[in-house]
Ligand binder design. Sequence first.
Ligand code: GAL
Length: 678
Amino acid sequence: MGRPRGGDPMTRWAGPWPTDGIAYGADYNPEQWPEEVWADDVALMRQAGVNLVSLGIFSWGQLEPEEGRFEFGWLDRIVDLLHEAGIGVDLATPSAAPPVWLHLAHPEMLPVDADGLRYTHGSRESWCVSSPVIREHATRIARVVAERYGHHPAVRMWHVSNEFACHNGRCYCDVSAAAFRDWLAARYADIDALNLAWGTAFWGQRYASFEQVLPPRRTTTISNPGQTLDFDRFSSDAFVDHLEAEAAVLREVTPHLPVTTNYMVMGDFHQIDYTTTTPLLDIVSNDHYLKADDPRGWAELAFSADRLRGLAGGDPWLLMEHSTSAVNWQPRNLAKEPGEMLRNSLQHVARGADGVLFFQWRQSRAGAEKYHSGMVPHAGADSDRFREVVGLGATLGRLAEVRGSVVEKARVALLWDTQAWWATDLEAHPTVDLHYLDLARRLHGALLDAGVVVDVLPATSDLDGYDVVLVPTLYLAPTDLSDRLAAVVAHGGHVLVSYFSGIVDESDRVLLGGYPGAFRDLLGVRVEEFAPLRENGTVRLSDGATGEVWTERFTAADAEVLATYTDGPAAGGPAITRRTVDGGGAAWYLSTRLDGPALAALVGRVVDAAGVAPVVEQPGGLEVVRRTGESGRWLFALNHTDADLPLQAVGVDLVGGGTHGRGDLVPARGVVVLREGA
Ligand code: GAL
């Protein structure tokens, strides 16, 4: 079975948003500082316009120095101090960092890697998610914290643990093995059903009972893919169980407070299928860090924010963490340029965030993250960084009216799926050069450059109302997706499916009869053989485009051929096809990774065919997104280039002040937010 996916994105939070305007603040770790610093902290927070801080995330060791002995005094004082200053508290349950005494008493709760090596304590998240010890103690301390602070007027929201599965996503210990077997027994009931699903007839891996099954620990060569995929599902579910257990305590004690946990919808993190967690949350939150040396980092930020909005069902969400400047965990931690922090922050707001928080308030003096930037840097408040922080607070203050509005619903949807990602990652596939989300990012980037807004949705989402649906490398597709896509096409919409989509069933067994088994009829094509390219190899297409990474040998009995391969392993055969149905809708198929301009041209053709236009006509490098709400419409324009660029829109600029006329310039690397129609 496993946890249900998709469906209603979450229990809608009917209560108040944790802050009056846009939330602004940071993780606040006062326990790292002598108390004399706290008054200065709070005064500087007020100066910066901070209205929400996440407190206590890593404080278990301070709160409960010995089992059952609590030291609340410091937390009592800081919560009161914040309250007196009108600053709200997003209070954490401290399970991300269990105290040393708990580790020493229960070394069996430390996680074990696939090689059988048990980790030691001394960092954070050093626990096995299946351990009954952590579950018991995490829910116990959550109750203690909730009972003591949950009715304090400063406390506005719960922050459950921290970035679940960031460091301990997979544990292969004996406790995990037993829990995995229980999970499998619930999913399959009968061991022969498991044998069939995992294809254990191959290499004689047949199991006689669930008792014989282990996690996919290190073995001689390729492990069973069905086993690995189910272990991913099981591990993800285990974190969701843990979240549910902590959240249940919080809801029991403080039903008036919303519950969140900070996701990591960024980069390549994919340890949890977040679609199974959203129903447990009241507000969806995300952490996002730019890869400092990525010149298109802003495009990755937009992609992350759009994925998050898709998980939040289009509702406003919270940016729980990002950085004011450098991080400390990349090979080269580049400082942000002046203005970059503001641009990053407003880009998240443009794409649906109603809060901008950082890790962390005051840059640490000691410990693992002392070279990670903060709102107050080592240099102190007399610094350009803090002056920018104050400026950002003032800007967000002027944007208060935006809170509660939503990003205008896009007509284009792009689908992604964590389970497809796990399955794509499995060993022994046709090429090591195909990476999940690679094509999704390229498609998203092409739309971004064209100024077309796209909703990036979990593949289980409702597709009604979309005119274009993009399905990049969805190797393992939900079983009903083909029908949902067919409905889009039948209503006159356009669907673009790419190579290596719809190949296997949910147990990673190939759908036979010609690829892509899930979408053959929809697309009118039948792929007989994959033909990936040599390292860095390319092929030519009849329309002049270049294909990279992957080609296929296929026929298009029920589709029009738009381009063929002129060389390479599939020379002479179709490369891009389109099956048009009565009513004008069409299902397009792309069998190779096109070079950038060719991909942009194809995407342009598809959106043109559906009659989808950009938010406003704009030059490349100017990102434009509109939010709408009961009280108005706001147009966000972010200039990611070194030249001033014209914006064809009219309104009052809430960032710079003054009126913006049609064609007025958005300064190089600058941002305007127009209140439209006023
Ligand atoms: C996050 C984490 C924070 C801090 C930050 C540094 O992953 O939640 O506690 O470590 O990274 O960038």
